[in-house]
Design a protein around this ligand. Structure first.
Ligand SMILES: O=C(O)C(=O)C[C@H](O)[C@H](O)CO
Length: 301
């Protein structure tokens, strides 16, 4: 009897120490970051024939050790994590205005900025993956030469027929200037097979007039399949000649929208990797995101 071949999805980016509201003025320490959140939910959504790995960099300090243990406990492979003596993880704090979130960051010197600095490590991490996930935040934290090196390898993966999923997750504050941000995001869309933008971010950064406008723009840049998320509004699924809107689940009392887009992306990508259609995958995305917004912080633990 032959076993089912194992395949590996590699998520790429930064996991930070998270300080999330625990109610009554208290904060709870966790670990989160957009691409890590997606890896976490991918692990829960995918079957055992998929491995989930995280490509990042951490220090060798106590918090980095704790974070690494947290990855492993979640079932996420840690052998693509670069370890850098003297470096430490970044930190962010979630501010809530109702359920709407905003963030303060302490990440200028975080270890993750060096995740793509070692070409051999990068080649090994990308070369052993069957599918990939990265975001505009991944690009924002990298020095330009490392960003180019990562995109080049992901372009090679796409050319080899692998799935490369990209969430622009636009954070203007993380970029030195808007023009560089837009250029990097456009270059990333060109190496992506699946692009998962959020309409409010795209409207602000690129002046799109509608989700259809966002989808057309990313298809024009080279993505094969685009899913435009729009919070509680319907998502638009666009590929080839097909354009379909998929209504979100109704959530009467969202607590914290942190991680909603990341979890949507995870459920969507998992469903696509398991062979579901884009429309069915978007339904799965909405179901998971609806659960996530009913919890404080990015991860449902
Ligand atoms: O903003 C970031 O860099 C984060 O990763 C924090 C949050 O977890 C993320 O933005 C949610 O998408």
């Amino acid at each position: 009897m032959t076993g089912i071949p194992m395949r590996r999805v590699v998520s790429i980016g930064e996991c930070m120490i998270e300080l999330a509201s625990a109610g009554q003025g208290l904060y709870r320490k966790g670990f989160a970051g957009d691409t890590f959140n997606t890896a976490w939910y991918l692990r829960r959504q995918l079957g055992a024939d998929w491995r989930v790995a995280y490509l990042t960099a951490l220090g060798t300090d106590t918090t980095s050790e704790e974070m690494l243990g947290f990855f492993a406990d979640a079932g996420i492979e840690t052998d693509r994590v670069r370890r850098i003596d003297g470096a430490m993880p970044g930190l962010y704090m979630i501010h809530l205005d109702g359920a709407e979130r905003s963030f303060s960051y302490w990440r200028d010197t975080s270890a993750a900025k060096q995740l793509a600095a070692d070409p051999e490590h990068l080649d090994a991490a990308i070369g052993t993956g069957d599918a990939f996930y990265f975001s505009g935040i991944t690009l924002a934290i990298l020095p330009p030469a490392d960003r180019a090196a990562l995109l080049e390898r992901l372009g090679t993966a796409k050319a080899a027929g692998k799935t490369v999923a990209f969430d622009p997750n636009i954070r203007p504050r993380l970029w030195p200037d808007p023009a560089e941000m837009r250029r990097a995001i456009e270059a990333a869309a060109g190496v992506a097979t699946i692009c998962l933008p959020s309409f409010p971010d795209e409207e602000a950064a690129f002046g799109d007039g509608s989700p259809v406008g966002t989808a057309e723009r990313y298809l024009g840049l080279g993505a094969d399949e685009v899913v435009v998320k729009d919070g509680p509004a319907p998502a638009l699924v666009a590929y080839a000649d097909s354009r379909e809107t998929i209504a979100a689940e109704t959530v009467t009392q969202p607590l914290d929208t942190t991680g909603a887009g990341d979890s949507f992306s995870a459920a969507y990508l998992a469903a696509r990797l398991e062979g579901l259609s884009p429309v069915d995958a978007a339904r799965k995305g909405h179901v998971l995101a609806a659960q996530v917004v009913q919890h404080y912080g990015a991860l449902i633990r």
